[in-house]
Write a new protein. Structure first.
Length: 241
């Protein structure tokens, strides 16, 4: 489904992603881990089109999308959430999801009533129906993260990129988000790349883990294999993995 080929991204003299190649098969749920500054979010930005690489290619569904805009990739089936939620703060929760649905369909073959009903469905799926008329900026961080997932799912993606969905959440909230991600992956037949620092939850929620450090991939395997990898352990010195 996704084939990242020898991708490199520089910011001035800093190489954030250094000759990274990775293949993601349809239906996989892959955890992307690494210390701060490892290049994880930069890689997600390269896949979603928020950054373009200095070298290498990004191929999705057999199509070279290296230089395609984010909205093109979204229409092709790539949706994402952000490390810091990027909602339209002065829009209600309902309008945030509704806007995604309208953009996905291009205003064609869908009435406003039908789009609204669809938006309500996604809000209800994430337990946000009673919050539909609340401005996004007034939601607590937990509900902001749920709303971002709801909006991303409303784009009907094939590939969902999740960037630290548990940041700022308490343990109970983090557990709930993990269960929701597992549920939507199964119900909607999604392929997922999930960047996360809460390794205790991530390691039991994914089937494959890719570890990055200093812009390079240092391990790729099952959670058990990666957690025992010496290079990964050294990268996480002082942290329990």
């Amino acid at each position: 489904m996704l084939d990242v080929k020898n991708v490199k991204k520089r910011f001035g003299g800093i190489v954030a992603v250094d000759d990274v190649s990775i293949k993601i098969e349809k239906g996989e749920i892959v955890g992307l881990i690494g210390p701060n500054g490892a290049g994880k979010s930069t890689l997600i930005n390269l896949v979603s089109g928020f950054y373009y690489p200095n070298e290498g290619r990004v191929v999705f569904g057999g199509e070279d999308i290296t230089w395609k805009k984010p909205f093109y990739r979204a229409k092709k089936g790539i949706a994402r959430t952000f490390q810091n939620p990027r909602l339209v703060g002065n829009m209600t929760a309902l309008m945030n999801v509704l806007y995604a649905i309208i953009c996905k369909n291009g205003g064609e073959n869908l009435t406003l009533h039908e789009a609204s009903a669809e938006a309500i469905y996604y809000l209800d799926l994430f337990g946000l129906l009673k919050r539909r008329d609340v401005l996004a900026k007034d939601l607590p961080i937990y509900e902001m993260r749920l709303l971002e997932l709801s909006r991303a799912l409303a784009l009907k993606p094939k590939l969902l990129l999740i960037d630290e969905a548990m940041a700022g959440l308490n343990p109970a909230e983090a557990e709930n988000v993990s269960k929701l991600i597992t549920r939507i992956r199964e119900e909607f037949d999604l392929t997922i790349i999930w960047v996360e620092h809460v390794l205790r939850i991530l390691m039991r929620s994914v089937e494959r883990v890719v570890a990055m450090h200093y812009g390079k991939i240092i391990a790729d395997g099952t959670p058990q294999e990666v957690s025992r990898d010496q290079k990964v352990i050294e990268a996480y010195i002082g942290e329990e993995i």
